[in-house]
Design a protein around this ligand. Structure first.
Ligand code: HEM
Length: 351
């Protein structure tokens, strides 16, 4: 890989949303955000908080309650298994034409991934993950109702395993939950991987791994997960479990945990603001690194983490093979305040 000397400069070129900028400027590792929320970036304290109690159903994202009921553990594991099958099948099928990657990132990448992985599902299921539908609550409700009543005819081996979860549902309630899980799983996957790939493209700049240099690309992705983690903030509802862990935390305080800040803590990282993929060279299991939790801690660790990095690698391979370049002036690059942290830019393929 070429030298990545200007990486820290590239990070400085990003215009963060003011509230993220305020957080990045903080030196304290435990701080009050408002009357009922305490922010934490201290590694030990975050580990203790995450271990203090299991995540609540209402704090979950993909598996928060749907259709008025909690998601049963069996259907949660069935969903993740189906998603895994679909991602692995997708990685091994030819991707759509690369010009689909041109446009505004990360949105262009999200649409491209949806098309690649889920467009084989026949109507009406395929509408569940269509961008024009997911952006409108009214359209989403109409499509949900249509799929509940008629989840499509025989797929003849064409559809995804996730769609099969909907068709195979035992009753209407089960089907409604399967529909919600299809929508959430496809969105979390495509939005998350698009954000990760966008951040990696931005941080790598014109320096690209040599063709076939898989270890270099993997290291660049772990370093991206450190410096610009898509899941940059985790949330825990307050309660007795956390009092006693720190004098500033009261039972009524909610907690905002910041991997973004922890991953830049100079007590744990040398040259924390520099994008240095080589720091991951030879690290067999990056997630055992102290003060690094791009996919959460034990107990609430991401169930899909084994899918995210390989899919992002494949997407970046396609981008590099098709000479995707980022346009625009660096100081105009923004990171807005969203639940997923992602650099915004325009890109175009040269193929
Ligand atoms: C780039 C993509 C993703 C990133 C960066 C990511 C990151 C994370 C993080 C940081 C946590 C810990 C949350 C916490 O402790 O509050 C987590 C948990 C989790 N993630 Fe992911 N995730 C991604 C994609 C996905 C996908 C595609 C799915 C499944 C469809 C998924 C399912 C889960 C589940 C089930 C949990 C455990 C929390 C719970 O029990 O609900 N994630 N993820």
């Amino acid at each position: 890989m070429e030298e990545l000397a200007p990486a820290a400069v590239r990070d400085h070129c990003v215009v963060y949303a003011p509230r993220i900028q305020d957080l990045l400027a903080r030196e304290e590792k435990v701080f009050r955000i408002d009357a009922t929320t305490v922010g934490v970036s201290d590694f030990r304290l975050i580990s203790d908080i995450v271990a203090a109690r299991p995540v609540l159903a209402s704090e979950r994202s993909v598996y928060k309650p749907a259709a008025g009921a909690d998601i049963h553990h069996d259907s949660a594991t069935r969903t993740i298994r189906a998603l895994g099958q679909d991602v692995m099948a997708g990685i091994h099928t030819p991707p759509p034409p690369a010009h689909g990657l041109s446009g505004a990132w990360p949105d262009a990448a999200t649409t491209y991934l949806r098309e690649w992985l889920f467009s084989s599902d026949p109507l009406p299921i395929s509408l569940l993950s269509k961008r024009g539908v997911t952006r409108s609550n009214t359209l989403s409700r109409i499509v949900d109702r249509a799929v509940t009543v008629w989840p499509g005819s025989d797929l003849e081996g064409r559809g995804t395993a996730l769609a099969e979860q909907i068709r195979g549902a035992s009753d209407t309630q089960d089907r409604k939950q399967a529909i919600a899980l299809y929508r959430r799983a496809t969105a979390t996957l495509c939005d998350g991987v698009a954000a990760l790939a966008a951040n990696a493209l931005w941080l790598m700049g014109p320096a690209r791994p040599q063709e076939g240099a898989r270890a270099e690309l993997t290291a660049a992705l772990w370093e991206t997960l450190r410096l610009l983690p898509p899941a940059w903030m985790l949330f825990r509802k307050g309660g007795d479990a956390y009092t006693g862990l720190h004098p500033d935390i009261r039972p009524e305080d909610d907690l905002a945990l910041f991997p973004l800040l922890m991953h830049r803590d100079p007590d744990h990282w040398s040259d924390p603001l520099e994008f240095r993929p080589e720091r991951w060279a030879g690290v067999a299991d990056p997630e055992r690194t102290p003060a690094f939790m791009p996919f959460g801690f034990d107990g609430a660790r991401c169930w899909a983490k084994h899918l995210v990095v390989p899919l992002a690698e494949r997407l970046l391979d396609i981008a590099f093979d098709n000479r995707l370049v980022i346009h625009g002036t660096p100081h105009e690059t923004h990171i807005p305040l969203r639940s997923l942290l992602s650099v915004r830019f325009e890109a175009e393929t040269g193929a």
